[in-house]
Design a protein around this ligand. Sequence first.
Ligand SMILES: [Fe+2]
Length: 388
Amino acid sequence: MLTIVKGPYLQWPTGNSITIMWETSGPASSYVEILLTERIHSGYHGNYKKPEHVRATVSKEEYSTIHQIKVEQLEPSTVYFYKIRSENEQDETEAGPHFLKTAVREGESFSFTVTSETGGYSGFDQSNGQINRNIFSQMQKYRPDFSLFVGDIVNDGHQYEDWEKYFFGPGKEFLTNTPFYSCLGNHEDNASFYYDFFAFDFPKNYYSFDYGDAHFICLDSTQFVNRETYPNSSGKMAAGNDQYDFLVRDLQATSAKWKIVFFHYPPYVSGGYQVEDLRQLSPLFEQYGVDLIINSHTIVYERSHPIHNGKIDLDNGVIYVVAGGAGAMPEWLLPKREWHTAQSLAVPHFLQVVTTANSMELQAIDEQGRLFDKFRMLKDSLGKRIHV
Ligand SMILES: [Fe+2]
């Protein structure tokens, strides 16, 4: 019998394309149908008509178990429905319709959520998946345009079952309609499954993308600070290192109004597992006007004051947020806050970030849907930060 064992899930949305992935229980062909729909303006609650007009179809005859189909020539900021189907000589299977939304245009507002650590870790057992299901269902309520996962989404990246148990299973509904980006945590351990299941730009462990007025850069901090040298980088964060050179080139090339960098190990957290060596990247973030750094690894929430040159600087500082999301390890926090700590709390949580051309509002929300931190950045029309 042929069944869908993962997904369908969405990857790499742009204004006119999106990639749809799923996994089947055996080798089979891949087929995607994109359907147009219309909004119903009935005067009552909002809804869409049943999707009926086929906008595009894409198929691959060759068999695979992990299916990856890129659909192009779509319109920006548009909601479509999609169906998938796989067939082989014995059987066929299908799913949908589910909805998707292409990326917004420059100048348009958008929202995204952030979480991590769905893989659990010794002190909190995620094997029954309840916290993860709570976090995914809360994130769904906010209807984000996409989501970031900041690593350790599985317990052991080399275990095939982990990817379903900790991530694709609890996130099933959310991931059918929310494209996501992920970075490598130490628990993924650079396993080949990360490269198989995700359709990020080559080399996949680091990449960048634009969405609306924001530029996002994903880094692989486990490559800078690998298992053998942890918590030291042993001189890797310098010119001549491929990933470091990519970061410099990428920051130089972007003119986006908002710049967000995410990677697993936290340079600033008033708790265990801080990886101070990563502060070697801070001068670059400061030089190129990065607004927000998002990390994980320490399983708490923490937001820093704006930091520049190792000091609080409200005018020019970079804000570091640890979104060690789907878990809570209060005992990992130090007894008292550090100089750089603005807000900190060890509860299972996610971030909801709403961005316009001139504002970025970050909310930290717990697994029951309660807001426990909020922060807003404003910029003038020239892109200079305004105090709020
Ligand atoms: Fe970690």
